[in-house]
Design a protein around this ligand. Structure first.
Ligand code: ADP
Ligand code: MG
Length: 212
C-alpha cells in the first residue's frame, strides 16, 4: 500500500485534495459480506488528472462513491478537500461539502427529463442560492457554450443525443466551480466520436481551470 498523510490545504502546488488510507468496503448481502475494497490507499493532488483502471466488479465505482461522500467506508479514513470523513460525520456536513466543492458525472446521463439543458445546469446554483438569477443565467450560459452546447440550451434531454446529454451533465457538474470533479465511466455509453469530444473537454477543463 502507498503511504498517505493527512490533507494539507494551502500548500501551493502540493495540496492533497484526496487522501484515502487503508480503505475497506464490505457490502452486506443477505448473511454474506461482499468485499468490494480491501485496503486501498491513494493520494490525489490538486490539479491532477487521474484515471482509474480495473476489471468490472473491481471496486472502482465503490471507491468513487466513497470519495464523493455518497457512501461510507466500512474501515479506513478518507479526507476530501481538507474535510476528514468519519463514520460519524453528519449528513448535512457531507451535503454541504458536495454542494460547494464536488461535481459528479455518472455513466448514465441522469438529467431531469422535464427540464431544459439550461434549467438542469442551473439547479446546483439554485440550491446553493448565492447568485442572483441574472448571474446564474450568465454562468450557466457560459459553461454550456464552453462544452459546445450553446445552441441547444433550451432543449429537453429527450431532444438531445447521448453525447450532448453527457456534455450537459459535465456542464452541470462544473457550474459551481468544484475543486474536484468525479466521473464514473463518463464515456461508457457514448460512441467513439462523442467519447473523443468529451475527453477533450475534460482535459481542457483540467488544464484551463485547474479542476482536479
Ligand atoms: P466496478 O465499478 O469496478 O465495476 P463496483 O464498485 O461497482 O465495481 O463493485 C465492486 C463489488 O461490490 C462487486 O462485486 C459488486 O457486485 C459489489 N457491489 C457493488 N455495489 C453493491 C451493493 N450496493 N450491494 C452489494 N454489493 C455491491
Ligand atoms: Mg463501476
Amino acid at each position: 500500500a502507498m503511504a498517505a498523510e493527512a490533507a494539507a490545504p494551502g500548500e501551493r502546488g502540493d495540496e492533497r485534495i484526496v487522501v484515502v488510507n487503508n480503505l475497506h468496503k464490505t457490502y452486506l448481502l443477505g448473511v454474506e459480506g461482499v468485499a468490494a475494497l480491501r485496503g486501498v490507499s491513494l493520494t490525489i493532488r490538486r490539479g491532477e488528472f487521474v484515471m482509474l483502471f480495473g476489471t468490472s466488479g473491481g471496486g472502482k465505482s465503490t471507491l468513487l462513491k466513497i470519495i464523493g461522500t455518497i457512501d461510507r467506508p466500512t474501515k479506513g479514513t478518507v479526507s476530501v478537500c481538507g474535510t476528514r470523513i468519519a463514520p460519524a460525520t453528519p449528513d448535512d456536513e457531507l451535503a454541504k461539502l458536495r454542494l460547494r466543492k464536488l461535481g459528479f458525472v455518472f455513466q448514465t446521463f441522469n438529467l431531469v427529463a422535464g427540464m431544459t439543458a439550461l434549467e438542469n445546469v442551473e439547479m446546483p446554483l439554485t440550491l446553493q442560492g448565492s447568485l442572483s438569477p441574472a448571474e446564474r443565467n450568465a454562468r450557466c450560459t457560459s459553461i454550456l457554450r464552453r462544452v459546445g452546447m450553446g445552441d441547444r440550451m433550451n432543449h429537453v434531454p429527450s431532444q438531445l443525443s447521448g453525447g450532448e446529454q453527457q456534455r450537459v451533465t459535465i456542464a452541470r457538474a462544473m457550474v459551481h466551480e468544484p475543486d474536484l470533479l468525479l466521473l464514473d465511466e463518463p464515456t461508457g455509453d457514448l460512441d467513439s466520436n462523442n467519447t473523443e469530444t468529451v475527453m477533450k473537454i475534460l482535459l481542457e477543463l483540467n488544464r484551463e481551470r485547474g479542476v482536479t
